[in-house]
Design a protein around this ligand. Structure first.
Ligand SMILES: Nc1ncnc2c1ncn2[C@@H]1O[C@H](COP(=O)(O)OP(=O)(O)OP(=O)(O)O)[C@@H](O)[C@H]1O
Length: 235
């Protein structure tokens, strides 16, 4: 298992944003992390990536604890946060080199070259990040998430606000990356889940209400519509 979440919680005052959730994720699978607004998806992702300390519980990323091996965990994970914060005044290559340096990547200029190709940034590679369209900014976000060859990718709504062409490209890229890595992706687009995810977790009010493959959820709820199942479990 490359991700093992053990009774993880985050409380904000009285509110249990994430309430003792446990789940596992393995390599070669894309796990869809679904739930209504405010369900606790981003909070969970921030805890797994070491950006937010849990109130209780723990998680292991490739055997390393998020509580005690925070630095090792950051090296194992590529993270694309919601509303990707990027340095708008930096050029694409400059930014990716900067990120690469923080990971002490050998042959960095080659790696930057490769990652630019991989995410389809070649035509825009000489621009400042602030000049890029949303879809290309998202590609820069993905590039910074994969530059250090992480085993685990955590992507928080990576396709929100993209046009249909960009959407197709980014989904294909995520699917491609998912072949060798463990990928967790949060999204509100059920079509996307059907297109790229192998398994789904549905979270509601900080608790897991479903954790299964799409086909077995459909069987269990006797419905062919993931949207309908989502509404049933979270409405
Ligand atoms: N820093 C914070 N302080 C207080 N409450 C917070 C904080 N961050 C998140 N919350 C609350 O925790 C709950 C879970 O938020 P979270 O952002 O994890 O939800 P989400 O499932 O990612 O939602 P969305 O789909 O809208 O992105 C929400 O009720 C939110 O208001």
């Amino acid at each position: 298992m490359s991700i093992k979440v053990k009774s993880l919680s985050k409380h904000y005052g009285q509110q249990k944003a994430v309430d003792a959730i446990s789940f596992e994720a393995r390599p070669g699978k894309i796990l869809g992390f679904l739930g209504p607004n405010g369900a606790g998806k981003s909070t969970t992702m921030k805890m797994l990536t070491g950006y937010l300390a849990p109130t209780s519980g723990d998680a292991e990323i490739c055997g390393k604890s998020i509580l005690t091996e925070n630095l090792a965990v950051k090296e194992l994970i590529g993270y694309l946060p919601e509303n990707t914060p990027l340095y708008n005044d930096m050029y694409v290559r400059e930014f990716l080199s900067f990120v690469g340096e923080t990971y002490h990547i050998a042959n960095l200029s080659h790696r930057v070259e490769d990652v630019i190709k991989q995410v389809g940034l070649t035509p825009e590679q000489h621009k400042k990040i602030g000049m890029l369209s949303k879809g290309y900014k998202q590609r820069v976000g993905l590039a910074q998430a994969i530059i250090h060859h992480p085993s685990v990718l955590i992507l928080d709504e990576p396709t929100s606000g993209l046009d249909p062409n960009q959407l197709t490209d980014i989904r294909a890229l995520i699917k491609d990356l998912g072949a060798a890595k463990t990928v967790i992706i949060s999204t509100h687009i059920m079509q996307e889940v059907e297109a790229i995810c192998d398994e789904v977790i549905i979270i509601n009010n900080g608790k897991i209400v479903a954790n299964d493959t799409i086909s077995s959820l459909k069987n269990q709820y006797k419905s062919n519509s993931l949207e309908e199942i989502f509404r049933k479990l979270t409405g």
